[in-house]
Write a protein that binds this ligand. Structure first.
Ligand SMILES: Cc1cc2nc3c(=O)[nH]c(=O)nc-3n(C[C@H](O)[C@H](O)[C@H](O)COP(=O)(O)OP(=O)(O)OC[C@H]3O[C@@H](n4cnc5c(N)ncnc54)[C@H](O)[C@@H]3O)c2cc1C
Length: 382
């Protein structure tokens, strides 16, 4: 039998690529290797699960076995790839050697871990996959107070979701506003006010120093001396593309695994897609870019080399108390912001010197204008 196309990773990138490729080629052997249990799920649902009162199992859309049938593929779960030998077109899962025709790395991104000083028994949970979500749900069951570290996009989504789920939430973050990398201050203030209206308490401009046990819960001490009592700690301190495996195999890596617009790495027959990939200089940790990448790469793997195109990539932030849609200004472009509106309804637009729209941030009722604005945005990869 001919060597299979091997996809490493069973997240949205791995499964979407397999699905797109199977539309074009249903006969070449396909092997999916995944370090996790291979369940198919939509990762964005992880930050709306408490409001919807969903257990981890309820977020799973299909088991690995069902996916294998659907994709006419062999899927091996709990199989962590430990090394790649590009010069021999093979990889290793522990002691086992597997030869590939083409290899696609869809390894995702890792949650940044924080390690405060203090009590060893205090776990700082992160929620970056279905398994994490199940563990965290178990940890907060019957508890009330969550200390959330991080006020970025995902931190704000978790805060809103936990508040909807009936928890008390304290948010600690080093920035002076929420979503500092995405929102101009008036839009950030609208989101913060929305979350505060649900009961969130913010400790911005501060960092966690140490955690100590106190009764059945914990006391977290911040560097300015503030003490916050909590039952569970959740960190949302950012994501880092998984590049170690590629780097050890000699592939070019930067923030992500470096690939060109055909998703080709620096080594022949090895590609990368999804959160782990840096495509023509862009490492975008969202669903829309990975879907575009999966469609283009499927064509390339089917013998029709295709460059990925990215249109504008606006991001919807799942903070229903204050809806947000943001289209960040593309890297390397610069413009001036103008802000209209007040309270929850902010329309912030960024234009270049010629008056062309580069990006926007909309909150509250202003999100209705997104479709009209999207038409004026520049494509990220034309
Ligand atoms: C809480 C949360 C909410 C989000 N909400 C949104 C949203 O609303 N909209 C949006 O656009 N994006 C959102 N995102 C981002 C989006 O979910 C991700 O961009 C996307 O799911 C990434 O998919 P992926 O397949 O690249 O990575 P992952 O889903 O992380 O999959 C990586 C896979 O690789 C496997 N793997 C890793 N290393 C190995 C190895 N060595 N060997 C074998 N297998 C390995 C893992 O087991 C896993 O199966 C959210 C992210 C989070 C965390």
């Amino acid at each position: 039998m001919s060597a299979p196309v091997v996809i490493v990773g069973s997240g949205l990138a791995g499964y979407n690529l397999a699905r797109e490729w199977r539309k074009l080629d249903n006969s070449t052997p396909l092997l999916l290797l995944s370090a996790d249990d291979g369940r198919s799920y939509s990762k964005p649902m992880l930050s709306t699960g408490f409001g919807k009162n969903k257990q981890a199992d309820e977020l799973s859309m299909a088991e690995a076995g069902a996916m294998a049938v659907q994709l006419n593929a062999e899927i091996r779960t709990h199989s962590r790839v430990t090394a790649i030998e590009p010069q021999h077109n093979c990889l290793w899962v522990g002691e086992e050697r597997i030869v590939y025709r083409d290899l696609v790395l869809a390894l995702g991104a890792e949650a940044v871990r924080l390690t405060p000083a203090g009590d060893d028994s205090a776990e700082l949970f992160t929620v970056n996959d279905l398994h994490d979500y199940g563990r965290f749900r178990q940890a907060v069951a019957g508890k009330q107070r969550v200390l959330l570290l991080g006020a970025g996009l995902i931190g704000c989504e978790f805060a809103n979701d936990l508040l909807l789920g009936g928890y008390q939430v304290d948010v600690v973050a080093p920035s002076m506003q929420v979503m500092p990398d995405l929102l101009p201050p008036p839009a950030a203030a609208a989101v913060q006010a929305g979350l505060a209206s649900l009961g969130a308490r913010f400790h911005l401009g501060r960092l966690l120093s140490s955690v100590r046990q106190a009764g059945a819960g914990y006391v977290a001490q911040l560097f300015d001396g503030t003490e916050v009592s909590c039952d569970v700690l959740l960190a949302a301190a950012g994501l880092r593309p998984r590049t170690e495996l590629a780097q050890a195999a000699g592939l070019a890596v930067n923030r992500g695994i470096v690939v060109d617009r055909q998703l080709r790495s620096s080594q022949a027959h090895i590609y990368a897609v999804g959160d782990c990939a840096e495509v023509a200089g862009l490492n975008l940790l969202y669903v829309m870019p990975l879907m575009a990448g999966a469609r283009a790469l499927a064509q390339t793997l089917a013998g029709n080399p295709t460059a990925v195109k990215y249109g504008p990539m606006p991001v919807t932030v799942k903070t229903p108390v204050c809806p947000v849609v943001v289209s960040p200004v593309p890297a390397g472009m610069q413009g001036d912001w103008t802000v209209e509106g007040s309270g929850a309804d902010i329309k912030a637009l960024c234009h270049d010197g010629q008056g062309a729209l580069l990006g926007y941030a909309l909150t509250g009722a202003a999100v209705q204008e997104r479709l009209a604005l999207n038409k004026a945005l520049p494509a990220l990869l034309a």
